[in-house]
Write a new protein. Structure first.
Lengths: 484, 438
C-alpha cells in the first residue's frame, strides 16, 4: 500500500478525533456548564412536568402567618388565605399570563428549582428526593397590612410602611386589588377595568408628592446650611415670582413664621423662597442623594421618580435643567408640584432616612428562604443604601416634622402617649381632584415605623391620608408592643 | 487462542450484553415493572442474540477478522434498542413499551447482511462493480426524487409493495463509497502525486472531471429532494475521499469552492436552508416555532447534567423526532454527561478500528474503501450530534446504530460487514489487529 495514502488516512483519523473532541466539549458545555441555566428557561416544559410532583413552597408573613399555600403538587392548586389583601406583593401564577410578584420573582426557589450547591451535585429533583419547594418568609406584618388596607377602604391609593432602621417593608398595600387565585378567570375584566387593579400603585404608581416633598426640600436646605429651622419668613398668602403668582392653599395667610413652622403649617410661599435660594443644582443633588430619581434594586419592579421632564442636550439625556432654572418652576418643584412625580415607596424612603439619623437603609421584602427541612437557604441582612443627610440635619428635620402633629396640619391625628412626626400633602394634579398624601413616623424620638399613604384624587391629605398612616403605624407598633 | 480464535470478541460481546441488560433492567423497573420480566426481556434478547450468532459464524468462517467491531456495534445497537423500548409506543394516552418488532427485524436482517459481506474472500472484486454502483446509486436517487413519499417535507421513502418501505439514500451512501474507492484506486498516479501543484493539467480533468460531474448530479438530486442532511453527508464523504487519495491543496480548494457555491445557492433558493441557519444563529428567538426541537434538545441536555436523570426518568417525548435524529440527545438526558461521553467514546473507538483496518489493508482499493466507509460513520455522527448541540446548523441525519429506521440499520451493519471482510485479508499475517479498544 502507498505510504502517502497511509499518512493521509492517519491525518483523517486525527481530524475525526479532533471533531469528536469538539462534540465532547459541546456536551460538557450544555450538560454541566449551562445545565442550571437551561433548567430555569421559561420555554422549558420539563419544569411543568416536575412541578406536578413538587409541592410549591409556602409564603409567610414575618410572624409565620401563611399568605400563599399549596396543599399538593402543581401550580393550579395555590390558595391565598388572605384573599386580595397581599395580591400585589404575592403576584399571581398563571399558565397563560405568566408569574408576577413574589411568586414570579422567587419562582425557582418556591418551585424547588433553585440552584444546586454545585454542578457536580446530583439534581435532587431528578433523583426524586425533592418533594417540596422552599418556603419564603416576608418582612410583611400582616397586622399592619390589614390595618392599612382597612383604613384605605374602597378608595384608590397605596400605603407603604417600613422599619427605618433596617429597611424591612412592613406593609405594602395598593387599592383596588384583585384575587390572585382567580386571575385566569377574571383576566378580561381585570385588564379592562379603568381603575387598573393590576397596577401596583405602592411601587409603580407615580404621583405629584405635593407638600410631603417639603421634607426633602427642608432636609436639603438645612443640610447645605442654606437655612436653619429657626430662620424667619413672611407669608402674605401669595408670592409673585416673575409673572407667576403662587397662592397658598385656600388663600390662607401664615404671617411671620420660622422654617420649622412653615413645614408644620405647610407654607408654600416659604418653600418657594427656600427652593429658589437653594437653587436647581442643589435641589437635584439631594433628590439624587435620597435615591428618588435612581432605579432601586428591589425584588419587585419599581419605577424611579422624576423631578422634571427629560431633555436631550449634547447627546445626553437627563433632567431638563433649562426648565428647572425658571424660578417659578423651581419654586413649585420645591413644594412638590410642578413636574415632580414619585412613588409612595420613595416618599416613605425620604422620611425613613430622616427618621434613621440621615441613613437610608435599602428596603427589602424577603426576610429569609427556608428549605423544607427547615434550613435557612438565604437570609437578607439590612444594608445601607445611602447617607443623604448628616445626623444633625436629620434630628432638626425630625423636630420640624413633630411640629406638624403638635401645632401643624396634623393636630387632629395626635395619639396620647405617642410622639409622632409627619407631613401632610395635598397635591394638585391634571387628573382632577387633589391627591391626598401623608407621611409619618413614630415614635419620633426612636422611630420604628415609617408609613406613607396616597389617596388618588382623595382630597385633603391630613383628612384623607393621615388617618390611614396613623392606623398603619399604630397597628405595626401595637403588635410589637404585645408581650411575647 | 488456537481452540477459540475469537475469544476477545466473545468477552467484549459479554460486556456489551451486560451493558444492554442492565439498561433494560433499569428501564423495566422504572417504567414497566408490572409486566413479566422474561417476556419483556425477550423483545431485546433475540435481536441481541443475533450478534452472538454472528460471532459464532465469524469464528468459523473468518477467524482472523477484526474482533472489536462487532461488540462495539452490539453495544450501540443495544443501547438504542433499550431507549426505543423505553419511549411509550402510545404516548401520551397510555403507557405501553415500544414493541420493537420492526427495529428488531432490521437488526437481524442487518446482521445477516453483515455476515454475507464479511465473507467476501477478495474485497478487490467489489471494485469491478464500481460503475454498476454508480449507476445504481444515481438511479436510486432518481427513483426517490420521482416516486418518493414526502416525510417531514423531504422526499425520502420508497415503498415496495405495501409493507416494505426503504430509504434509498442510506444504500446510496455505500454505493458511493465503493464507486469512489474503485475509481480513485484505479488512478494510482493520482495517489502518488505530491503536495503543492496548483496547475490543473489535462490529466486532472480526465481523472477528476467525471467524478465531479457525478457528484454535482447527486447533490442536485438531493437538493431537489430537500434532503440537506444527506447532501451534507455526501459532500463530506466525497471531499474526504478526494483528500485521502490525493492531498493536493488544489483539489481541496476546488472542493471547498464547490461547497461554498452550493451552500450559497441553497441559502438563496431554499427557504428550509435559510430557516435552519436562522435557528442555528439564535434558537431562542424561534423557541416556540421552528427552533422548538433544538431548544427541547438543549433542555434535555441541561436536565441530564453530569450523571443524568437515570433510565426511564427523563422526558424524551418532549423532543420531536427523539426516536430518530434526536435520539442521542434524548439518551443524554437519561444517562448524563458521563453516558453521552461514553457513547461518543464508543463511536471514536469504532472510527479508530475502521481507520486501523484501512491502514492494514492489502491494497489501495481496500484502504480507500475502509477509510471511506469509516468516514461515512464519522460524518453522520458529526452532522447530527453537532447539529443538535448547535455547533453547526441542524440537518436531519439518523444516528448510526442508535436511531430507529430499518434501512439505516441494515446499511450501517452491511458497512461493518465490508470492514470485517477487509480486516480479514490484512496485508501482514501478524497478530490480530486489536488496538486500544474495550
Amino acid at each position: 500500500m502507498d505510504p502517502l495514502l497511509k499518512r493521509r488516512v492517519r491525518f483523517a483519523g486525527f481530524w475525526a478525533t479532533f471533531a469528536f473532541a469538539l462534540l465532547a466539549a459541546a456536551f460538557v458545555y450544555w450538560q454541566v456548564y449551562r445545565s442550571d441555566w437551561l433548567i430555569r428557561q421559561p420555554y422549558n416544559r420539563h419544569l411543568a412536568l416536575l412541578e406536578r410532583h413538587i409541592r410549591r413552597g409556602t409564603i409567610f408573613d414575618t410572624n409565620g402567618i401563611p399568605l400563599a399555600i399549596s396543599k399538593s403538587g402543581g401550580p393550579g392548586r395555590r390558595t391565598y388565605p388572605q384573599g386580595s389583601l397581599c395580591a400585589h406583593v404575592l403576584g399571581y401564577l398563571s399558565a397563560r399570563y405568566g408569574r408576577t410578584g413574589i411568586e414570579g420573582a422567587l419562582d425557582p426557589q418556591l418551585s424547588g428549582m433553585g440552584a444546586r450547591p454545585s454542578p457536580l451535585a446530583l439534581n435532587p429533583l431528578l433523583t426524586g428526593q425533592r418533594k417540596a419547594g422552599d418556603n419564603v418568609y416576608l418582612t410583611l406584618d400582616l397586622a399592619a397590612q390589614k390595618a392599612a388596607s382597612r383604613a384605605l377602604g374602597n378608595r384608590r391609593g397605596a400605603v407603604v410602611a417600613l422599619d427605618p432602621s433596617t429597611g424591612r417593608i412592613l406593609a405594602l398595600v395598593s387599592h383596588p386589588s384583585f384575587n390572585p387565585a382567580k386571575v385566569d378567570a377574571n383576566w378580561q375584566a381585570l385588564i379592562h377595568d379603568h381603575r387598573r387593579p393590576l397596577l401596583d400603585r405602592a411601587l409603580q404608581g407615580r404621583y405629584q408628592p405635593g407638600s410631603t416633598f417639603k421634607v426633602l426640600t427642608a432636609s436639603a436646605a438645612v443640610d447645605t446650611g442654606t437655612e436653619t429651622p429657626n430662620d424667619m419668613f413672611d407669608c402674605p398668602g401669595y408670592v409673585r415670582i416673575g409673572r407667576f403668582t403662587i397662592h397658598e392653599m385656600d388663600h390662607e395667610v401664615h404671617g411671620h413664621l420660622s422654617l420649622a413652622q412653615a413645614l408644620a403649617q405647610s407654607c408654600n410661599v416659604t418653600f418657594s423662597e427656600v427652593g429658589i435660594k437653594l437653587g436647581a443644582d442643589r435641589l437635584l443633588e439631594y433628590v439624587h442623594r435620597f435615591w428618588v430619581d435612581r432605579p432601586l434594586d428591589f425584588i419587585l419592579p419599581t419605577r424611579p421618580g422624576q423631578i422634571i421632564g427629560k431633555a436631550t442636550r449634547n447627546g445626553k439625556t437627563g433632567p431638563n435643567m433649562r426648565l428647572l432654572a425658571i424660578p417659578s418652576i423651581l419654586a413649585q418643584t420645591a413644594f412638590g408640584q410642578g413636574q415632580v412625580v414619585i412613588t409612595p415607596l420613595e416618599d416613605a424612603m425620604i422620611s425613613a432616612a430622616v427618621a434613621n439619623h440621615g441613613i437610608l437603609m435599602k428596603p427589602y421584602l424577603v426576610d429569609r428562604i427556608v428549605d423544607p427541612e427547615g434550613r435557612v437557604v438565604q437570609q437578607t441582612r439590612p444594608t445601607i443604601l445611602a447617607q443623604p443627610i448628616r445626623p444633625s440635619t436629620a434630628e432638626a428635620v425630625t423636630s420640624m416634622m413633630e411640629l406638624t402633629f403638635t401645632e401643624g396640619t396634623a393636630r387632629h391625628l395626635q395619639v396620647p402617649g405617642l410622639l409622632m412626626a409627619g407631613k401632610t400633602g395635598t397635591a394638585q394634579n391634571p387628573g382632577g381632584r387633589t391627591h391626598a398624601w401623608f407621611v409619618g413616623f413614630a415614635p419620633a424620638d426612636h422611630p420604628r415605623v415609617v408609613a406613607a399613604c396616597v389617596v388618588e384624587n382623595g382630597g385633603v391629605g391630613g383628612v384623607e391620608a393621615g388617618p390611614v398612616v396613623r392606623a398603619t403605624i399604630l397597628a405595626a407598633l401595637r403588635y410589637r408592643m404585645k408581650p411575647g | 487462542m488456537r481452540y477459540y480464535p475469537r475469544l476477545l470478541e466473545l468477552l467484549l460481546l459479554l460486556i456489551a450484553f451486560g451493558l444492554t441488560g442492565s439498561a433494560f433492567l433499569a428501564v423495566f423497573r422504572a417504567d414497566y415493572g408490572d409486566r413479566s420480566v422474561m417476556q419483556e426481556a425477550l423483545r431485546l434478547a433475540w435481536p441481541m442474540g443475533s450478534f452472538l450468532a454472528a460471532h459464532w459464524i465469524l469464528s468459523v468462517t473468518r477467524p482472523r477478522a477484526n474482533q472489536v467491531l462487532v461488540p462495539l456495534v452490539a453495544s450501540l445497537t443495544g443501547i438504542g434498542l433499550v431507549f426505543l423500548y423505553r419511549i411509550p409506543a402510545d404516548f401520551p394516552i397510555g403507557h405501553r413499551p415500544h414493541p420493537l418488532t420492526g427495529q428488531s427485524w432490521a437488526v437481524v436482517i442487518g446482521v445477516i447482511a453483515m455476515l454475507v459481506l464479511a465473507n467476501i474472500r477478495d474485497v478487490r472484486a467489489l471494485s469491478r462493480f464500481k460503475y454498476l454502483c454508480m449507476v445504481a446509486g444515481i438511479g436510486l436517487l432518481l427513483l426517490t426524487a420521482l416516486a418518493g413519499e414526502v416525510v417531514h417535507g423531504k422526499a425520502l421513502n420508497v415503498r415496495i409493495g405495501s409493507a416494505i418501505e426503504f430509504q434509498p439514500t442510506e444504500l446510496v451512501k455505500l454505493l458511493l463509497v465503493i464507486f469512489m474507492a474503485g475509481y480513485l484506486a484505479e488512478r494510482s498516479r493520482l495517489i502518488s502525486q505530491r503536495w503543492g501543484r496548483w496547475i490543473i493539467s489535462s490529466e486532472d480533468l480526465r481523472y477528476l472531471g467525471p467524478l465531479f460531474g457525478i457528484w454535482v448530479a447527486s447533490q442536485m438530486l438531493l437538493f431537489y429532494q430537500k434532503d440537506l442532511g444527506a447532501a451534507l453527508l455526501f459532500f463530506g464523504v466525497f471531499l474526504a475521499m478526494i483528500f485521502i487519495s490525493n492531498a493536493r491543496p488544489l483539489y481541496l480548494a476546488i472542493g471547498w469552492a464547490l461547497f461554498a457555491g452550493g451552500a450559497a445557492y441553497a441559502y438563496e433558493f431554499s427557504a428550509r436552508t435559510q430557516e435552519r441557519i436562522k435557528i442555528w444563529l439564535n434558537p431562542w428567538k424561534y423557541g416556540s416555532s421552528s427552533g422548538y426541537q433544538v431548544l427541547q434538545g438543549l433542555f434535555a441536555l441541561g436536565f441530564g447534567g453530569l450523571f443524568g436523570a437515570g433510565w426511564g426518568r427523563g422526558a424524551p417525548h418532549f423532543i420531536p423526532a427523539v426516536q430518530t435524529d434526536f435520539i442521542f440527545v434524548g439518551l443524554a438526558e437519561e444517562i448524563g454527561l458521563l453516558g453521552s461521553l461514553g457513547i461518543l467514546a464508543l463511536y471514536l473507538m469504532l472510527v479508530w478500528q475502521g481507520l486501523s483496518i484501512a491502514l492494514r489493508a492489502r491494497n489501495n482499493f481496500a484502504t480507500l474503501l475502509a477509510a471511506g466507509l469509516t468516514i461515512v460513520i464519522v460524518i453522520q455522527v458529526i452532522v447530527i450530534v453537532g447539529g443538535s448541540l448547535t455547533l453547526i446548523p441542524l440537518t436531519g441525519v439518523p444516528v448510526p446504530f442508535l436511531s430507529r429506521g430499518g434501512t439505516n440499520m441494515v446499511c450501517n451493519l452491511a458497512l461493518i460487514g465490508i470492514l470485517l471482510a477487509i480486516s480479514a485479508e490484512r496485508s501482514s499475517g501478524g497478530a490480530p489487529a486489536v488496538a486500544a479498544a474495550g
